[in-house]
Design a protein around this ligand. Structure first.
Ligand SMILES: Nc1ncnc2c1ncn2[C@@H]1O[C@H](COP(=O)(O)OP(=O)(O)OP(=O)(O)O)[C@@H](O)[C@H]1O
Length: 263
């Protein structure tokens, strides 16, 4: 059986003035997969994410989402489509003047038209799902560690039970233990809830720990999108340096030792 992609990006063009960021870029996201998007700084990973979630209007190409063309949808169809997405931005982007519970309840009140009481009840469940202790619900973001804020932002991204979760550098700024905890949580939630993940990351540990496929952006296009085993073997100099440079070797070695211990 051939699985149809949930998201199909074709011939995407993006430029800012003379600066061409995407030039004929193609990429697919399949149901249930965790796709890691990597590439050098400024290769257009965030612009790609923003183009798909509707925060940036591309200069050309098509983005098909759940079978509909994002570029030609009516505003109503677009907003219905975007409701099936959850987005976690770098830094979390929580409202600092609201508690964690209120942050998530607000999303539920605005988009799912729940009463405040029901929204707060569901918000506490989402926070627990993201691995936060019950008492954290009444904390303000400034009272929590970076790792807890990331988890709260994840709880908010999951508030409306999205089919696709978009993550922009989810482990940036976390210490290695916090980052590993976030990676494990992401896989557990994906396995339990079945959503797909589009994740921009620089974190090699996260790639090895979570991703089913990895897409590498370079020179305005997707150079390769495949399993890590295949991507690592690509002769492109950036890929070779990224995966087989000192840091890449250390991470790959640690993960293969860990996999052996597991069997
Ligand atoms: N609103 C904008 N106006 C002008 N240029 C922009 C805008 N947004 C992005 N760019 C440019 O587009 C290019 C790609 O940016 P993008 O943020 O997608 O890169 P990235 O691959 O996510 O980089 P990094 O890994 O450093 O976060 C960069 O050169 C950036 O300066």
């Amino acid at each position: 059986m051939v699985t149809e992609p949930l998201i199909q990006v074709r011939a995407l063009e993006n430029h800012f003035g003379e600066h061409q960021v995407h030039d004929n870029l193609d990429l697919d996201l399949y149901p249930g997969e965790i796709l890691g998007v990597v590439g050098g700084s400024g290769t257009g990973k965030s612009v790609l994410l923003r183009s798909i979630v509707g925060l940036h209007r591309p200069n050309g190409g098509t983005i098909s989402v759940f079978g509909g063309d994002l570029m030609t949808m009516s505003p109503q169809q677009r907003s219905r489509t975007e409701r099936r997405f959850g987005v976690l931005f770098q830094g979390g982007a929580l409202f600092t003047s609201l508690t964690l519970q209120e942050n998530i309840a607000l999303t539920l009140i605005e988009h799912a038209r729940l009463t405040r009481r029901d929204a707060e009840h569901l918000a506490r469940m989402k926070l627990a799902l993201a691995g936060l202790p019950p008492e954290a619900a009444l904390n303000y973001p400034s009272e929590l560690s970076g790792g807890m804020v990331k988890r709260a932002a994840l709880a908010r991204a999951l508030a409306l039970d999205p089919e696709v979760l978009f993550l922009d550098e989810p482990t940036a700024g976390l210490d290695p233990i916090g980052a590993a905890g976030f990676d494990a949580l992401l896989r557990t939630l994906r396995d339990a809830l079945g959503f797909s993940v589009f994740m921009v990351t620089h974190d090699l540990d996260t790639l090895y720990a979570t991703c089913d496929r990895v897409a590498v952006l370079a020179r305005g296009q997707v150079l390769v999108a495949d399993s890590l085993d295949v991507v690592e073997q690509n002769p492109d100099p950036w890929i070779q340096d990224y995966f087989h440079g000192p840091r890449g070797r250390a991470v790959a070695g640690a993960h293969s030792r860990y996999a052996k211990e597991d069997h």
